[in-house]
Design a protein around this ligand. Structure first.
Ligand SMILES: [Cu+2]
Length: 312
């Protein structure tokens, strides 16, 4: 019985333990109540005018004391166990070397890698990469309303609240991909506000990070250049791509879009056909999403897709 990370490990036995104890309590109490009903001494019909003797037996009181005693012990035990686990998971064993700022937007996650050196800061969206085996500090904020950050396999929920920075931490044992989800109702597309947490070996993570800090390669043919121009005009006010004039921040940073597994907060696979569907009609796929339907001719859209496919 173990979780997938340091913060989840002690919570798993606590969850099962409290569940089993609760079920046992319900079963035992139900049996005792049923037994009491079954054994209730009946009072036989008495002839009119006769006196009914009062039964003064008091040994039933013992059951009350024993019951209260056992219940108190069981409750005390679960309270202490819970407190110990809470204390264990509040802070990691070693100081996190990496800090990631997560901003909950309606209805996607902005992921910003913080650093004291401004040239080392970059943003991505809906997919968080972290090194396995190391604790990572997360700073959580809400851009508009309250969202909540949750990667179930690795730890509990923490709210992302506007005007306030909440902190949490996670650590994964091994490289893998974990699903996460917004877990505070935040509007129409709350259910479609997923994310992936991708844990990598420290070496792979370092390589990924270095690559994220680079600008994507420049277009290599006329169609892609036209795509870049169209992208800057129609999309650049909301989306940024490193090294280009597109520097908007209302939507996800698309600098290395092709490296993501999914688009639109985990609801579509990231392949050219679904990318095309999304750009043709984001409102049809995710009604209410804060990306309006772009006014593009079929040619313009095709050129933009051919450009987006270069963003590795
Ligand atoms: Cu939500």
């Amino acid at each position: 019985m173990a979780g997938s990370g340091d913060k989840a490990d002690p919570v798993v036995p606590l969850t099962w333990g409290v569940t089993v104890i609760s079920i046992a309590v319900i079963v035992i109490i139900s049996l005792l109540v049923a037994g009491a009903i079954w054994r209730r001494p009946g009072i036989a019909p008495q002839p009119a005018g006769s006196k009914i003797a009062v039964d003064e037996k008091t040994d039933g009181l013992r059951w009350i004391w024993i019951g209260v005693g056992i219940s108190s012990l069981v409750l005390l035990f679960t309270v202490v166990w819970t407190m110990v686990v809470l204390a264990e998971v509040t802070s990691p064993a070693t100081k996190p070397a990496l800090t990631v700022e997560i901003t909950g937007h309606q209805w996607w996650w902005q992921v910003r890698y913080l650093s004291n050196d401004p040239s080392q800061i970059f943003s991505t969206a809906n997919e968080i990469h972290i090194p396995a085996g190391q604790p990572v500090l997360f700073k959580l904020v809400g851009a508009d309303v309250i969202h909540s950050f949750w990667i179930p396999a690795l730890g509990g929920k923490t709210d992302a609240i506007p005007g306030q920075t909440n902190e949490t931490w996670l650590e994964a044992h091994t490289p893998g991909i974990y699903r996460g989800q917004c877990t505070e109702y935040c509007g129409l597309q709350h259910a479609k506000m997923g994310m992936l947490l991708i844990t990598q070996t420290p070496r792979d993570f370092a390589a990924w990070r270095t690559h994220q800090l680079e600008s994507p390669a420049r277009p290599s043919n006329g169609g892609q250049w036209a795509g870049l121009a169209n992208f800057t005009t129609h999309c650049g006010s909301c989306h940024a791509v490193r090294g280009t004039d597109a520097a908007g921040s209302l939507g996800p940073d698309l600098s290395h879009l092709m490296q993501r597994h999914t688009i639109a907060a985990g609801i579509l696979p990231n392949d050219p056909a679904d990318l095309d569907r999304w750009i043709a009609d984001p409102q049809g796929i995710k009604p209410g999403a804060l990306m309006p339907k772009p006014e593009l001719s079929a040619n313009e859209r095709a050129s933009i897709i051919s450009y987006l496919k270069t963003l590795n």
